[in-house]
Write a protein that binds this ligand. Structure first.
Ligand SMILES: *Cc1c(COP(=O)(O)O)cnc(C)c1O
Length: 357
C-alpha cells in the first residue's frame, strides 16, 4: 500500500450531508450545504463574511477583481509558493513582482517587502503562509497599512493556523482557503474567500455567478465567471469542518514525531504563532536522492515549491531576492503528512530516511 503525501481523510458525516442534498434534490444550484459550509468557516476563523467557490485559485482571481486590480497594475507576491497563488495576477492583466523569504519564517521577508513597496508601489500583495506556518504578520500588516497596499492572504495551506490567537486568513482585506485534494481538509476541489468587508464578498459572489444583474431575465453590465461551489461538494466541506481541529492536532503530532526521530532541520514556527503543520518539511537532505529512495518503499515525498522567480514562465518578471527560497528548494523535502498514518508507517518512513542520511 502506497503512503501518500497528504491524502484526503474523511470525518464520517460527509456522505450524510451529500445525501441530504440528494434527498432535497438540491444537487444544484446553491443550497443548504453551501450556506452551512460558509457559516462553519466564519464561525471557525472569526471572519464576518465568506464565499465558497470552485477553487483556491478562483478565490484569488476574485479577490484581485473585487480589489480593482487590473491591466497595468503591479501585484507583489511571495515567490516561495505554489503557482495557483500567483497565476491569477496574469488573469487580470496585472504585473507580478516576486519577493523572497527570510530564514526565520520561510515566508516573505518584511525587509524585502518594504523595499518592494517603495520601489514598485504595488496595488496589492498576495502573501502565502507556506506549508501552514504563518508569515511575519505584525510587520507585514503594518507595512501594508503604511504604504496603502491591499493585503490578500493566501491561506490555502494554513487553514487552522493562528498568529496572536487570530486565524490566518483573517488579517488581510481578503483571505482565501483551498480545499484541493491534498490540503488539510478537502472537498475534492474547492476554495473560499473571507473578509470582514461585506461589500467585497457580495461583489465576489456577483462576479462568481456570471455577473448577473438583478432582473428576471439575464442582464449583464460586466463580465463575470462561473466560480461558485456546488451544493454536493459543499456537503463534503461541512463534514470536514467538524474534524478540522482534530486534523490540526494530528498534523502537529506527525511533525513532532519526525522532529524527535530524525537528525534534520525543520521548518520553523515564528513566535506567537501556531501553525497547522500541513506538510512536515525537512532540510539537510539531498531531495531527489531521498525522494527516489522513499519510492523504493512506495512512499511519496516531494521537493519544496520551486520559487516563482525561478520559473521559466516568469523569467521576465521583476523579483527582489536574497537567495533564501532558492537555497531551501535545493536542500529541502516534504515528508508524508497524512493524518491517517499509523505509528508503524511513520516508523517505516523514518527508518527508510535514515538509510540515506
Ligand atoms: C493549493 C494552493 C493554491 C490553489 O488552490 P486550488 O484550490 O488548488 O486552486 C493557492 N496557493 C497555495 C499556496 C496553495 O498551496
Amino acid at each position: 500500500m502506497r503512503i501518500f503525501l497528504s491524502p484526503p481523510h474523511m470525518g464520517g458525516n460527509e456522505q450524510y450531508y451529500i445525501n441530504r442534498a440528494f434527498e432535497a434534490n438540491y444537487i444544484a444550484p446553491l443550497g443548504e450545504n453551501v450556506t452551512e459550509f460558509e457559516n462553519a468557516i466564519k464561525a471557525f476563523t472569526g471572519v464576518k463574511n465568506a464565499l465558497a467557490v470552485s477553487s483556491g485559485t478562483a478565490a484569488i482571481h476574485l479577490a484581485l477583481k473585487v480589489l480593482g486590480v487590473s491591466v497595468g497594475d503591479k501585484v507583489l507576491a511571495s515567490s516561495f509558493t505554489f503557482i495557483g497563488s500567483v497565476s491569477p495576477i496574469t488573469f487580470v492583466g496585472a504585473e507580478p513582482i516576486f519577493v523572497d523569504s527570510d530564514k526565520t519564517s520561510w515566508n516573505a521577508d518584511p525587509n524585502l517587502v518594504e523595499e518592494a513597496f517603495k520601489r514598485y508601489r504595488p496595488k496589492a500583495f498576495i502573501l502565502t503562509h507556506l506549508y501552514g506556518q504563518v508569515a511575519k504578520l505584525d510587520e507585514i500588516v503594518s507595512l501594508c497599512e503604511k504604504y496603502g497596499v491591499d493585503l490578500i492572504e493566501d491561506a490555502a495551506e494554513s487553514l487552522g493556523a493562528t498568529f496572536n490567537g487570530k486565524h490566518s486568513g483573517s488579517f488581510g482585506r481578503i483571505g482565501i482557503y483551498s480545499f484541493n485534494g491534498n490540503k488539510i481538509i478537502t472537498t475534492s476541489g474547492g476554495g473560499m474567500l473571507v473578509s470582514d468587508d461585506e461589500a467585497l464578498i457580495k461583489k465576489a459572489g456577483f462576479l462568481a455567478t456570471q455577473a448577473r444583474e438583478n432582473f428576471p431575465h439575464y442582464e449583464h453590465y460586466e463580465i463575470g465567471f462561473n466560480y461558485r461551489m456546488s451544493n454536493i461538494v459543499a456537503g463534503i466541506g461541512r463534514g470536514q469542518m467538524e474534524v478540522l481541529s482534530d486534523r490540526v492536532k494530528r498534523k502537529r503530532e506527525i511533525f513532532d514525531y519526525y522532529r524527535s526521530n530524525l537528525p534534520l532541520e525543520f521548518m520553523p514556527e515564528i513566535e506567537k504563532s501556531v501553525g497547522n503543520r500541513w506538510l512536515t518539511t525537512a532540510l539537510g537532505v539531498e531531495p531527489e536522492k531521498l525522494r527516489l529512495h522513499l519510492e523504493t518503499k512506495n512512499i511519496e515525498s516531494r521537493p519544496l515549491w520551486k520559487p516563482m522567480h525561478l520559473q521559466r514562465v516568469f523569467k521576465d518578471a521583476k523579483a527582489i531576492v536574497n537567495g533564501t527560497s532558492e537555497e531551501l528548494f535545493g536542500c529541502g523535502i516534504c515528508l508524508p503528512s497524512g493524518t491517517e498514518m499509523t505509528t508503524e508507517q511513520l516508523d517505516l518512513i523514518v527508518a527508510t530516511i535514515k538509510e540515506v542520511l
